[in-house]
Design a protein around this ligand. Structure first.
Ligand code: NAD
Length: 505
């Protein structure tokens, strides 16, 4: 196993070029500065020092990128699915070849531990491979027979897509959107999150080095209210694929209204893990711990509410608290680290404010609840468990987006379901029980887009991913992705001479 020192040295090597050149925009295949010449710093969550300068794009850069995407669109859409498949596989190969570089830079920029980022980089390649294989079937449709008429449907790419992504696992999440968009025959303008922009630039570069034609994938860095807003308002951009906070989704919907944007939203969550006394409790505890403390708890699908049957509540939450206390918090490049520093001091302040809220709300802090003095003195917080909470408390209702778990007891099935559904979000739910009928009942009635029974979250690319209520609009994965990135056309042929109504003689 490598050591932190070895990893730091390697990471510095990978970062060197960005320290020197900065992170630029990429428009029509050219690495360019923002037209205004402005830049901003991306900072290290470890010690808050600048990692590198980033081009601060605005409306005029978005305009150039959208025009480049429009111009490249015809040729890209006209390429056969087989050709697009080849190119996307080459991108997947190139991501695998540079997976270490991606993972190290992602860990440096986000504070996520290298053990998870190494897997996330490879998942990015898997996303490209999966949609590469689907590219040849993207235009397929249905045959629908009517009396004396033959209908068939076909799909065409909707046009340039604006992709707007968050900072938590930026590389993987970008590929999740961009790979199906390209497979469908759309071109892209990507606006990554301002807190962690480095790997987006690497990804666009990798794609073009692998043979993606210039202008098919454009990248504009910048802030939400500048570049992000301009992208959602641009008339050449036909749809917005957005991952981020629910409140931002709502803003984007309003911004895109004038140009009638199609939107796909993957938003926040306050997901319940429901544990019954008849469950495999050891496994359930491991899953609950994994789903809130992995990826620094900065994970939309995290199980941030732990609902436990009252007969086992004390025993179960004690087990979870014990595990939480044993989790190693540390430098993201330390191979032993599970929880690294949170992304940014602003986000750290938000998470810490909930520790105060919890104290005011009078819950028990069974683990953590304070800052951690980690290497570099950055945005570290301890894995935290609040017990004896009620579902109407802010710590049970609001998305904290950190390694913070709120445990609530329940008396019976009905109450468990009521508590589980009593939030504005509806992304995922996790149920732990050995009673099959109960499990079925819960899967029927839980308000969530995705439910796992006796399992942690495992992503299966052909299955639909997405949320209900304030957690999102639309589904990703399998053919669902193509439904968003493409328009369906119906074509009708008379299959026998028709008695066309005669009007006017
Ligand atoms: P955010 O909404 O603050 O920012 C996301 C992106 O939107 C950034 O690139 C930002 O610059 C941009 N943006 C901000 N304001 C904008 C505007 N007015 N117009 C256009 N773009 C704008 O989210 P975040 O803090 O970066 O990420 C955390 C959030 O993302 C959490 O709520 C989390 O649950 C959610 N998330 C959801 C999923 C999912 O699949 N459901 C996955 C990961 C993260």
């Amino acid at each position: 196993m490598t050591t932190l020192e070895e990893n730091l040295k390697k990471a510095e090597g990978y970062l060197e070029r960005f320290r020197h050149e900065g992170v630029k925009n990429r428009i029509a295949g050219e690495q360019v500065d923002a037209l205004s010449g402005e830049t901003f710093d991306t900072i290290s969550p470890v010690d808050l020092k600048p990692l590198c300068k980033v081009a601060k794009g605005g409306a005029e850069d978005i305009d150039r990128a959208a025009k480049a995407a429009k111009q490249a669109g015809k040729a890209w859409a006209a390429l056969s699915g087989k050709e697009r498949k080849k190119i996307l596989h080459r991108i997947a190969d190139a991501i695998e070849e540079r997976a270490e570089e991606i993972a190290f830079l992602e860990a440096l920029d986000t504070g996520q531990s290298i053990r998870f980022m190494a897997k996330a980089a490879l998942r990015g390649a898997e996303n490209f491979r999966f949609f590469a294989d689907k590219a040849p079937e993207a235009r397929d449709g249905q045959a629908l027979q009517a009396p004396n008429q033959f209908n068939f449907t076909s799909r065409i790419p909707i046009g340039p897509i604006g992709v707007i992504t968050p900072w938590n696992t930026p590389f993987m999440l970008s590929t999740w959107k961009i790979a199906p968009a390209l497979a469908a025959g759309c071109t892209v303008v990507h606006k990554p999150a301002e807190f962690s922009p480095i790997t987006a630039s690497l990804l666009a570069e990798i794609a073009e080095d692998a043979g993606l034609p210039k202008g098919v994938w454009n990248l504009v860095n910048g802030f939400g209210e500048g570049a992000g807003k301009a992208l959602t308002e641009h008339p050449d951009i036909k749809a917005i694929a957005f991952v981020g906070e629910s409140a931002t989704g709502s803003l984007i919907m309003a911004q895109g209204a004038k140009t009638l944007k199609r939107v796909h939203f993957e938003l926040g969550g306050k997901n319940p893990v429901i544990v019954f006394a008849d469950a495999d409790l050891e496994r359930a505890a491991d899953a609950a711990v994994f789903m809130i403390y992995s990826l620094n708890g900065e994970r939309c699908t995290s199980s941030s509410r732990l609902l436990v049957e009252s007969s086992i509540y004390e025993e179960f939450t004690a087990k979870v608290a014990e595990k939480a206390k044993n989790i190693k918090v540390g430098h993201p490049l330390d191979p032993e680290t599970v929880v690294g520093p949170l992304i940014h001091p602003e986000h750290e302040a938000k998470v810490l404010s909930y520790f105060d809220v919890a104290r005011e709300e009078g819950v028990t802090i069974a683990a953590g609840g304070e800052k951690f003095d980690g290497p570099g003195g950055g945005c570290y917080v301890k894995p935290t468990l609040f017990t004896n909470a009620r579902n109407d408390m802010r710590i049970a209702q609001e998305e904290i987006f950190g390694p913070v778990l709120t445990a609530i007891p329940f008396e019976n099935d009905e109450q468990a379901l009521e508590i589980a559904n009593d939030v504005e979000y509806g992304l995922t739910g996790y149920i732990w029980t050995s009673d099959v009928t109960r499990a079925f009942h819960f899967t029927e009635h839980l308000e969530a887009g995705m439910i796992w029974v006796n399992s942690e979250n495992v992503r299966h690319l052909p299955s639909p991913f997405g949320g209900v209520k304030a957690s999102g609009i639309g589904r990703d994965g399998g053919d669902w992705s193509f439904e968003f990135y493409m328009e369906t056309k119906n074509i009708a042929f008379a299959s026998a001479p028709r008695n066309v109504p005669k009007l006017g003689g």
